[in-house]
Design a protein around this ligand. Structure first.
Ligand SMILES: CCCCCCCCCC/C=C\CC(=O)SCCNC(=O)CCNC(=O)[C@H](O)C(C)(C)COP(=O)(O)OP(=O)(O)OC[C@H]1O[C@@H](n2cnc3c(N)ncnc32)[C@H](O)[C@@H]1OP(=O)(O)O
Length: 298
């Protein structure tokens, strides 16, 4: 059962009230696994199918701050410990926005201790999702730039909503360089040549073009995104778990091993970069641009 509410409609209404309302609509066979009442994710596990849903629930744009990353990690931890959970669909509770990427407030003039913790959390979430034993599908029901695109790329399959939505790793447009593991995840999905263009130019793809380059697997009307993801999940769950999981491990293992070897070095590099005044200046300029004009897709 798709649980959704428009963040614009709930602005002014207490967020807790919106979550409680959404929770009341749960199907009887679904168990609510949300980390806490104030969690920024809504998590359900359907006992009949073994398929869980994690909905990013941080309106208005699900930007990834420390809390959202922590809540995703807690939710995944819980689900992966449940033997009867075999698949997970990652989506958003705000139709129109899957995830706007990293929260600018975590990056703009941060305190170093917090910034380190934030980056380590992002690394951890990526590692858990990319190496998850579960079959994972991203139901991309809206825009998915930068860190939002990265989240979806960790999944085994991507279904995206038709419409004016964009997806891609646009870091260079912000004057930033996508870290090597962002790049590897992209390259593993769309191939080296297309990734070279996409990453250097910071391309944000329309749904149609994302489908053409293999960044997403299906493009469907917005109201069919969840249903398509659920149908596709059945295909993945027909495969014996162990065989599917070991194949995934072998395919993704080298990328994960490279990451683990360089994880600490990556934190140090990012800290050096983000604490630099030139980076902060260019981020400030980007934030101003964002207020005045919308990003466009290819
Ligand atoms: C601390 C350590 C970190 C160090 C990092 C170092 C660099 C490493 C390299 C990785 C770099 C980047 C990864 C990222 O993910 S950066 C984020 C990139 N994201 C974007 O460029 C998307 C920006 N947003 C948009 O284009 C649009 O908002 C949207 C998603 C298309 C939605 O459009 P909309 O018209 O529906 O909504 P809009 O009015 O624009 O936004 C509503 C409010 O939300 C605010 N907002 C949008 N995006 C973010 C965000 N990423 N973080 C925080 N806030 C965001 C927006 O400003 C609006 O706020 P307000 O209503 O005006 O107050």
């Amino acid at each position: 059962m798709a649980l959704s509410f428009n963040p614009r409609l709930v602005r002014g209404v207490s967020r807790c009230h919106a979550i409680v309302t959404a929770k009341m609509a749960l199907a009887a066979s679904c168990r609510d696994f949300s980390a806490a009442e104030k969690s920024t994710v809504i998590v359900n596990l359907n006992d009949n199918t073994g398929v869980a849903t994690i909905q990013l629930n941080r309106p208005p744009v699900n930007s990834l701050n420390l809390q959202l990353l922590t809540d995703i990690k807690i939710a995944l931890d819980k689900l992966q410990m449940k033997k009867d959970c075999r698949g997970m669909i990652l989506t958003s509770s705000s139709p129109g926005i899957f995830c706007a990427g990293l929260d600018f407030m975590e990056m703009h003039n941060p305190q170093e201790g917090r910034a380190r913790e934030f980056w380590r959390s992002l690394q951890e979430v990526w590692k858990m999702l990319y190496g998850s034993r579960l079959a994972t599908i991203a139901a991309i029901n809206g825009h998915s730039p930068a860190g939002g695109c990265l989240l979806s790329l960790t999944c085994d399959y991507r279904v995206m909503a038709q419409g004016k939505f964009m997806i891609g790793l646009n870091e260079t447009l912000l004057g930033m360089v996508a870290p090597f593991w962002f790049q590897d995840t992209m390259t593993n999905t769309i191939g080296h040549r297309e990734a070279e263009k996409a990453l250097q130019l910071g391309l944000l793809y329309s749904g149609e073009n994302a489908l053409n380059v293999g960044l997403i697997d299906e493009l469907v009307p917005p109201e069919k995104v969840m249903q398509t993801a659920q149908v596709q999940m059945q295909t993945w769950l027909k495969i014996p778990d162990l065989a599917r999981r070991l194949t995934k491990e072998q395919m993704r293992g080298p990328t994960l091993q490279k990451f683990v070897q360089r994880q600490n070095e990556d934190v140090d590099q990012i800290m050096k970069f983000i604490m630099d005044s030139a980076t902060q200046r260019s981020l400030g300029i980007y934030l101003n641009t964002l207020k005045h004009k919308q990003l466009t897709s290819v």
